[in-house]
Write a protein that binds this ligand. Structure first.
Ligand SMILES: [Fe+2]
Ligand SMILES: [Fe+2]
Length: 196
């Protein structure tokens, strides 16, 4: 991975350490997957990588370790704060100013699906892939799945019903073969773990 992305991660990490209980592994996984899928799908890595690294940095000011993953207020707050922190980090890292402006904008709207607005994912392929990966984190492991269920005060079984009917699947279908097949294999493993 290019040094500039590791530099951005180094600057962002202290914020994530103050964030949700799983923020550090979440971002490390997003970085690894974004790097891989950028090469496979010929995406603009200069845009996708910083978005993946910085998108949830605003949780550092949210005083909850496992907030409800669908709560609108928390979503709005972490996007607003995340945009401000990201602007500072990108400046400090000496990142391309034109890209930085675009990255900060997309961080300020990265979870806009919660407001019923899918524009970012429609207008920008990198944002569509980002949204796929961010959604896929939940089913990456059974541990992640249980944490997400707990955030919504649901049993893993009820959460399985809920997650497999999530509007993401019809409103913002997986945008490439890589993420689509990751969904299929990961949800199958979750089902096996639940023995249903
Ligand atoms: Fe987010
Ligand atoms: Fe995220």
């Amino acid at each position: 991975m290019e040094g500039i992305y590791l530099k951005i991660w180094e600057l962002a990490r202290p914020y994530y350490e103050k964030g949700r209980s799983y923020d550090v592994p979440h971002i490390e996984w997003m970085m690894k997957e974004s790097d891989k899928v950028s090469d496979m799908e010929s995406l603009d890595k200069k845009l996708l990588m910083p978005i993946s690294i910085l998108h949830d940095v605003g949780y550092s000011i949210v005083d909850e370790k496992n907030p409800n993953i669908k709560r609108e207020l928390v979503k709005k707050l972490h996007m607003q704060e995340g945009a401000k922190i990201s602007k500072k980090i990108l400046y400090e890292a000496g990142y391309d100013p034109e890209y930085s402006e675009k990255i900060v904008h997309y961080i300020s709207v990265h979870d806009n699906w919660v407001l019923g607005d899918d524009t970012p994912y429609k207008e920008c392929k990198e944002m569509a892939v980002f949204n796929d990966l961010d959604f896929l984190w939940v089913t990456k492991s059974f541990e992640n799945f249980k944490t997400a269920a707990e955030s919504m005060k649901m049993t893993p079984e009820d959460f399985y019903e809920f997650w497999t009917k999530d509007e993401k699947l019809t409103r913002r279908p997986f945008c490439c073969e890589y993420t689509r097949s990751m969904w299929e294999s990961s949800i199958k493993k979750i089902k096996e773990s639940l023995k249903i």
